[in-house]
Design a protein around this ligand. Structure first.
Ligand SMILES: Cc1cc2nc3c(=O)[nH]c(=O)nc-3n(C[C@H](O)[C@H](O)[C@H](O)COP(=O)(O)OP(=O)(O)OC[C@H]3O[C@@H](n4cnc5c(N)ncnc54)[C@H](O)[C@@H]3O)c2cc1C
Length: 215
């Protein structure tokens, strides 16, 4: 068995995103928005792109943000976290299956609060026992889809997800907040840092709020 303390095993990669033939994500959004008030499609300079995206955010005309799509590869999160993640419905997900993948050496995310507490020993012992029984059951002929019922929710999972710019902004506004649970908050903040690099205007306000000025 392997233990991940808090979010120490969290790994998030932005593996794909919408890149127009010319320009970048911000320009894709601004130039898409511009057609609503122009007789022809047109190219915009950086200044105009910034101005238009800021205006769209202010007016709440967020449907234009749906033209940009972002795909992430995530590992090192628990199923507690992935369960919260997949509640966001305007997205696409592909998650590692516990029916098809035999977990040779189960990995568990363990909250920081457990370490050093009076419960640490017993907690880790139960994880060890559950992993051991899981392996014995699979080797003894119990199907993986049944043996997995013994595995605690802290079991690590891997997932690929795709969200558009509008849904991502909504996701960040809920999951980067202080009252969001720590694991999904860490995931959301990692995702926000990555998309800010490729769409700095689209995510600027959220980046400032949740990364730069976060208490
Ligand atoms: C701090 C926190 C605590 C939470 N606690 C709980 C809890 O105790 N129990 C629990 O069950 N959940 C809980 N949740 C999950 C929460 O209720 C939502 O399921 C989750 O945040 C997904 O958000 P959403 O529904 O706004 O958006 P998404 O599914 O991401 O959809 C985006 C938006 O699309 C629109 N939309 C999507 N689907 C529909 C639809 N079918 N009809 C109409 N409009 C739609 C809505 O405007 C929605 O806001 C919690 C979430 C947070 C952030």
């Amino acid at each position: 068995m392997e233990i991940c303390r808090g979010s120490r095993c969290l790994k998030v990669e932005l593996i794909a995103y919408s890149l127009p033939k010319e320009g970048d994500v911000d320009r894709l959004i601004a130039e898409s928005a511009a057609i609503s008030h122009a007789p022809e499609f047109r190219k915009l300079d950086r200044e105009k792109v910034r101005h238009l995206i800021e205006l769209l955010r202010k007016l709440g005309h967020e449907s234009v943000f749906e033209h940009a799509s972002f795909t992430f590869r995530v590992e090192g999160i628990s199923r507690v976290c992935s369960h919260q993640l997949v509640r966001h419905r305007m997205a696409s997900y592909t998650q590692q299956s516990q029916r098809y993948v035999k977990l040779k050496n189960p990995k568990f995310v363990v909250p920081e609060s457990i370490f050093g507490s009076e419960f640490e020993g017993e907690y880790l012992e139960i994880l060890e026992k559950a992993s051991h029984l899981y392996r014995r059951m699979v080797e003894g002929g119990i199907r993986k889809e049944d043996a997995r019922f013994i595995l605690p929710q802290g079991i690590e999972t891997k997932i690929i997800l795709t969200m558009n710019g509008r849904e991502l902004r909504h996701f960040f506004s809920l999951r980067c907040e202080k009252d969001a649970q720590w694991e999904i908050r860490n995931l959301a903040k990692s995702m926000l840092k990555l998309v800010y690099e490729v769409a700095p205007v689209l995510f600027e306000d959220l980046y400032q709020k949740y990364i730069e000025n976060y208490p």
